[in-house]
Design a protein around this ligand. Structure first.
Ligand SMILES: Nc1ncnc2c1ncn2[C@@H]1O[C@H](COP(=O)(O)OP(=O)(O)OP(=O)(O)O)[C@@H](O)[C@H]1O
Ligand SMILES: [Mg+2]
Length: 412
């Protein structure tokens, strides 16, 4: 029998990436095909032109189908944008008969009770992520299944989204002929792809700087404590270069990618580079250090906003493992050094790892979200379909419905 396969679509502000992967016996991912194309109809991570977005998604899906030789009927899809918000909430349930071990059903009841937070009727809950459990006062239980107790508490991270932004995204993906299997908050996905277990345990912040958004996920003691999506990204850096260098947007984008640096003092003061310009002279020489100065100013400002957001989750000093930077802008040389300076934390660039198959393009920080969507979906399925007394059950229609009702995973 063929291995089961999974598909994910990362609908970003600058690119759409679709990945099809096969899931091996050890739950390892073998990439069958990737389809990447320019994005359209999105601003700050949100759909603002449905028709343009449908075309961009359809073309990325078609490329992934051609590359993998498969037909993509459904996919796990990333959601981001400043409309997303999160809070931590506690759920409490009584165990009917404390002589019996705690079951999946008890855990689900506890999660359901945590989910009952005050959500206005124009918002939807998209995740109830368990952080840890408490069984009869015993704190920080990672997995309560099979334990005995009369009361089960769960500390969760609840993520909500604007209903209309969510519907627009679903409509675009379904308009491109793909059913949405689940929506996954992008910072949670990125973390799944690049943050390792030890970092999660010691405290770490994942910062994904994309084109239109900067996604943040803060982890402490192996669990999520805070998530946020800021409406800032690489497009702002490019726009600053348009103004400072007085060049067209595509030329500013090329100058950033080919000659950019986040630390001006590391760029030779005398070095000049050629850029395409407006007006009668088609090419102009600009000092490379000037490009770096513009990028440093904007990146520093963005990192300061990131720091303020991290503070909403925890004291930054508590993050012993520091920050992991992903997203396309993490490829800016020197950005890790600048992050260390602004955040006063160790920083590294996160690249998706442990992928087999046609995965060459994916070992890049810009693909952390796309790969993470697959990893998140895999983890979610394993949790939902396991049984205390037996092996993982096959994907039945009832469980599928449960999966849609409540998207849960266990903390690491
Ligand atoms: N070498 C580089 N130096 C600086 N910036 C870069 C480099 N390579 C790519 N970028 C920037 O990364 C950004 C795109 O990142 P990414 O692909 O993660 O965004 P996205 O997923 O499409 O958007 P978002 O997640 O914000 O919706 C662009 O602004 C691009 O200019
Ligand atoms: Mg992105």
């Amino acid at each position: 029998m063929a291995n089961p396969s999974l598909a994910a679509i990362d609908v970003g502000t600058t690119k759409v990436c679709t990945i099809v992967a096969e899931v091996g016996a050890q739950r390892e991912l073998r990439i069958l095909g990737v389809g990447v194309g320019p994005s359209a109809g999105l601003s700050k991570g949100m759909v603002d032109n449905i028709h343009a977005a449908i075309d961009a998604i359809a073309s990325s899906v078609e490329r992934a189908e051609r590359a993998s030789g498969t037909r993509i009927l459904s996919a796990h899809v990333g959601i981001a944008g400043p409309h997303v918000s999160s809070i931590n909430s506690r759920g409490i349930v009584a165990i009917a008969d404390p002589r019996n071990p705690i079951t999946d059903h008890d855990v689900h009841r506890a999660l359901e009770s945590a989910r009952i937070v005050n959500v206005p009727n124009n918002r939807e809950v998209i995740h109830v992520v368990p952080r840890y459990y408490v069984v009869d006062g015993q704190d920080h239980v990672v997995d309560p299944l099979g334990m005995y107790g009369s009361r089960l508490d769960v500390e969760t991270h609840v993520v909500t989204s604007s209903t209309s932004a969510m519907n627009n995204l679903v409509q675009c993906v379904e308009g491109a002929g793909v059913k949405v299997e689940s929506l996954v908050l992008e910072p949670l996905a990125s973390g799944e792809a690049v943050v390792d277990r030890e970092e999660l345990q010691q405290g770490v912040a994942l910062v994904d700087i994309g084109g239109g958004t900067t996604d943040i996920c803060v982890y402490m003691n192996g669990a999520v404590v805070h998530t946020a999506v800021l409406p800032i990204g690489g497009l702002h850096m490019t726009r600053d270069l348009v103004v400072a260098l007085r060049v067209p947007q595509p030329a500013a984008e090329r100058a950033k990618r080919d000659h950019g640096h986040a630390i001006p003092s590391l760029v030779d003061e005398a070095e000049e580079v050629e850029v395409e310009a407006f007006g009668s002279e088609p090419k102009r020489q600009v000092r490379r250090r000037l490009i770096a100065e513009v990028l440093q100013a904007r990146t520093e400002e963005m990192l300061e906003l990131v720091l303020a957001e991290i503070r909403r989750g925890t004291e930054p000093e508590m993050l012993s493992a520091g920050v992991v930077l992903t997203g396309g802008a993490a490829s800016l040389p020197g950005i890790d050094m600048l992050a260390e300076e602004v955040l006063s934390l160790p920083a590294r660039i996160g690249r998706p790892r442990h992928l087999a198959g046609l995965s060459d393009i994916l070992h890049d920080p810009a693909y952390a979200t796309s790969v993470g969507l697959l990893r998140w979906a895999l983890k979610e399925q394993a949790i939902l379909f396991r049984s205390v007394h037996g092996p993982i059950a096959p994907l039945g229609s009832l469980m599928r419905r449960v999966a849609h009702l409540m998207r849960v995973v266990l903390p690491q």
